[in-house]
Design a protein around this ligand. Structure first.
Ligand code: IMP
Ligand code: MG
Length: 336
């Protein structure tokens, strides 16, 4: 039995979705469950020719034997959830906790209509901030109040804790990234909730003593969408010289690109209680590493990068993503 949390170590969009999908295929968890804010998250999973951008269903959906859950702390937009259930064909194994907070059209209007949120903070406009505000005010509706969700309701924490009691594995999928945590990030340029591993456990009603592993995902060239400080940011021209151009999964906004930030990686690893780290985009450090699946075949430049990152993070780097496809990965976990 292993209970693993996966979280983002920088500003989100580190490639958690792909790491989750790989671990799910490899470790065969009974449940893959989401923590995090809500449908402001966008995870892209690429399998062969097909690319899926998901905002509510856990990106581990590619592993067909797992129950797919949304934890109590997460906000649910019923329209987004039902649409994804439909296009991904996961009806029968996708569930939301009955106490999840609900995002309504009015929350989206308030998010997009607010100069503070939409213009200053640069929110995703998905209604999460206003819905979390209403939840704190105890006026938000819950999943159990929505007839369309009736057949998808579960006591998610109960399901997870019983699975762990039965000796099964559970994967808790975090969203967003450390730098946009409401508590630890670059306030006020942050999202509407904490984004660290403890929050992901709390979102799913899993006590801290039940967590075995926290995998923090870092991106070789971190990115940030929306406003706020970004100390290693480069100009769009410099990014282009590195061949990097990215757009958000949810908002399609151009992502700001930066260089590796060892200090932030260390601090974020500390607060997340990182036991293992994943590094994505190593093929951008050295294009020759594209698609590589063996550590020994990485170039010296790439290996040196990983070693230095490992020292800064203070935990072993056990997963290295070398390209967008789910198969483009080096998995060193067994060597631990
Ligand atoms: P909100 O979460 O939509 O209120 O947006 C607040 C800030 O967090 C904005 O800068 C967003 O771009 C950023 N943000 C929220 N969710 C994500 C995510 O999943 N990835 C990256 N940035 C995000
Ligand atoms: Mg994303």
């Amino acid at each position: 039995m292993v209970c693993t949390i996966i979280v983002g170590g920088f500003f989100g969009d580190e490639g958690k979705g792909k790491i989750v999908a790989h671990i799910a295929e490899r470790d065969r968890p009974a449940i893959i469950t989401r923590g995090g804010v809500g449908p402001n998250a966008g995870h892209t999973v690429t399998i062969g020719e097909k690319s899926y951008g998901v905002r509510m269903i856990p990106s581990g959906f590619v592993y067909k034997d797992a129950l797919l859950c949304i934890g109590t702390g997460v906000l649910v937009d019923p329209r987004v959830f039902l649409h994804e259930v439909d296009i991904l064909g996961v009806k029968g194994r996708a569930f939301v906790d009955e106490r999840c907070g609900i995002i309504e059209e009015s929350h989206i209007e308030r998010d997009r209509g607010s100069d503070h949120l939409a213009k200053k903070v640069g929110s995703t406009g998905t209604g999460c901030g206003p819905a979390n505000a209403d939840r704190a005010m105890r006026v938000a509706r819950q999943a159990k109040d929505i007839p369309e969700l009736a057949e998808y309701l579960k006591d998610v924490p109960l399901e997870i804790n019983e699975s762990l009691d039965d000796g099964e594995s559970v994967l808790i999928e975090g969203t967003q990234g450390f730098g946009i945590s409401l508590y630890f990030g670059t306030y006020p340029y942050v999202t509407s909730k904490d984004t660290s591993a403890s929050q992901m456990a709390a979102d799913n009603g899993v006590g801290p003593t039940r967590i075995d592993d926290v995998i923090v995902v870092f991106k070789a060239y971190p990115t940030r969408v929306g406003a706020g400080p970004f100390s290693t940011e480069m100009t769009p021209e410099e990014a282009q010289e590195h061949g990097i151009e990215e757009f958000g999964t949810v908002t399609h906004r151009r992502r700001r690109i930066g260089g590796w930030d060892g200090e932030m990686a260390r601090y974020s690893a500390m607060i997340n209680g990182c036991t293992q780290a994943a590094i994505t985009g190593i093929d951008r450090i050295d294009a020759g590493c594209y698609g590589c699946t063996e550590f020994g075949k990485l170039s010296k430049t790439a290996k040196d990068f990983v070693k230095q990152a490992e020292e800064e993070i203070g935990a072993p780097v056990t997963l290295i993503s070398t390209g967008p496809d789910i198969s483009h990965i080096i998995d060193l976990r067994e060597e631990l």
